[in-house]
Design a protein around this ligand. Structure first.
Ligand code: SAH
Ligand code: SF4
Length: 429
């Protein structure tokens, strides 16, 4: 969501006559988009903003704007700690940045605008896409769930859905503009439409997006409690919907899941995973897991390891529990020892690595359709892209071709090598 918002910020600034500078040190305007989901991200963003004091001392006319979740949470108090910041704007008013910028440029000190909510969708603003062939398309913003560890509902507000028409209009325009892959976004895409239509319409919007002819569709995130059989059926039957699903489990322990307020159990989660693999045998499944939630015991952790083994994840984002002020979990007793958490975290990561390595090994000798992203970061003679399972695939660039001209096109790659986090092969055909 932050990437999407950042693309809109860039688009708005470009349409106000600004352009991307060659580096931050020579920029006249610097915009930070912050995240406060975990202390780590929060601290890193604030550390970077703080380090810009030195730049501001040398280039006092540089305008520093801070947006995103930290701004939404802290509002004007952010200026007390960071007085060199010129603009603080929240998550609901990205579209107002040009106006706030002109006030700051006219000499107003400490421009703060943080709203409680809005009906505007940032997607309706001009955007500059990071890759011309990929677009983020929010279908909902905010969240109506109350996972006890999570700050998102507070900083992004209640769940609001875009109308089906507005989403389809945007995707149709994107396809005409050469976009090959869209990622539908929402904190819980499965409840899409509930606020507008009285019941979720995710399966419907998914098939309508597929009907626009966009070659590849991804979506995130699916809350396990709301993933319907109808959605699974649409995924299974639409060739353009990637056979990849992000299904955060957070923990495998029923006791911890209850304390997290997740509304499913280990067995309902695993039976959902079973239904998914039955309907979509080549599904690439990914997840999020939190280690060290208050009161988590070794037995609870063993339950998480059991789910990891049984769900055969291709990828897992693992997080050490981070207490967020104002969330119910932050006030819970039973904080787990740092060393115990680190030990569990290391064991979890090792389990995930071995599962991912095993899954990838099964793809040796297969042919994978890859959407090329460009040259690999490690070797300019090798291109990098992703298959529909979201796995990174490398292949030597054919003689006489350039990575830039291949970016955004599909190639077929025969897999000759498999690793934990990427596959390699040669382009065929
Ligand atoms: N709406 C999405 C994403 C929420 S934030 C979802 O429900 O999955 C992304 C991930 O950050 C979450 O899935 C969770 O694993 C992690 N996360 C959120 N709050 C956290 C916290 N306080 N400590 C550690 N990890 C957290
Ligand atoms: Fe946070 Fe839960 Fe909402 Fe995801 S579903 S954003 S984890 S409250």
């Amino acid at each position: 969501m932050n990437k999407h918002d950042s693309e809109r910020v860039a688009g708005l600034l470009e349409s106000s006559g600004l352009s991307h500078g060659p580096d931050i040190a020579s920029a006249d305007v610097v915009v930070f988009m912050t995240c406060c989901v975990r202390e780590n991200a929060d601290g890193r963003a604030m550390g970077q903003v703080a380090s810009f004091k030195a730049l501001k001392d040398v280039r006092p006319h540089t305008i520093i704007a801070v947006g995103g979740c930290v701004s939404q949470r802290d509002g004007s108090s952010l200026l007390r700690e960071l007085p060199h910041v010129d603009i603080v704007f929240g998550t609901h008013n990205v579209g107002r940045l040009p106006e706030l910028l002109s006030r700051a440029m006219a000499g107003e000190r400490g421009v703060v605008e943080v709203l409680d909510g809005t009906n505007d969708f940032a997607s309706d603003l001009p955007g500059v896409r990071e890759h011309p062939w990929h677009a983020w398309v929010p279908i909902t913003v905010g969240c109506d769930n109350h996972c006890t560890y999570c700050i998102v509902p507070r900083v992004r507000g209640p769940e609001r859905s875009r109308t089906v028409e507005s989403v389809i209009d945007e995707v149709t325009r994107l396809v005409a503009d050469g976009v090959r892959e869209v990622t539908l976004l929402g904190q819980n895409v499965n409840s899409y439409g509930r606020d507008l239509y009285g019941q979720p319409r995710f399966a419907e919007i998914l098939s309508r997006v597929a009907a626009t002819g966009v070659p590849r569709i991804r979506f995130a995130t699916s809350h396990p409690k709301d993933l319907s059989d109808e959605t699974i059926a649409v995924m299974a039957s639409s060739p353009s919907i990637c056979k990849a699903l992000h299904l955060p489990v957070q923990s495998g322990s029923d006791r911890v899941l209850r304390a997290m307020n997740r509304h499913y159990t280990q067995s309902t989660y695993l039976s959902l995973v079973g239904r998914l693999y039955d309907a979509i045998p080549n599904l690439a499944l990914s997840t999020d897991i939190i280690v060290g939630f208050p009161t988590e015991s070794e037995d609870d952790f063993q339950d998480t390891l059991r789910v990891v083994r049984e769900a055969h994840y291709d990828q897992a984002f693992t997080f050490i529990y981070s207490p967020r002020e104002g969330t119910p979990a932050a006030a819970m007793e039973g904080h787990v020892d740092r060393e115990v958490i680190q030990d569990r975290f290391d064991r979890l990561v090792a389990e995930i690595h071995s599962g991912a390595t095993e899954n990838n090994a099964k793809l040796l000798g297969t042919t994978q359709r890859v959407l090329v992203e460009g040259a690999s970061r490690r070797d300019e003679n090798v291109l990098a892209g992703r298959n529909e399972g979201n796995k990174v695939i490398h292949a030597p660039i054919p003689i006489g071709r350039r990575a830039e001209e291949l970016a955004g096109t599909f190639v077929d790659v025969e897999i000759t090598e498999t690793h934990t986090w990427f596959l390699a092969g040669t382009i065929i055909g």
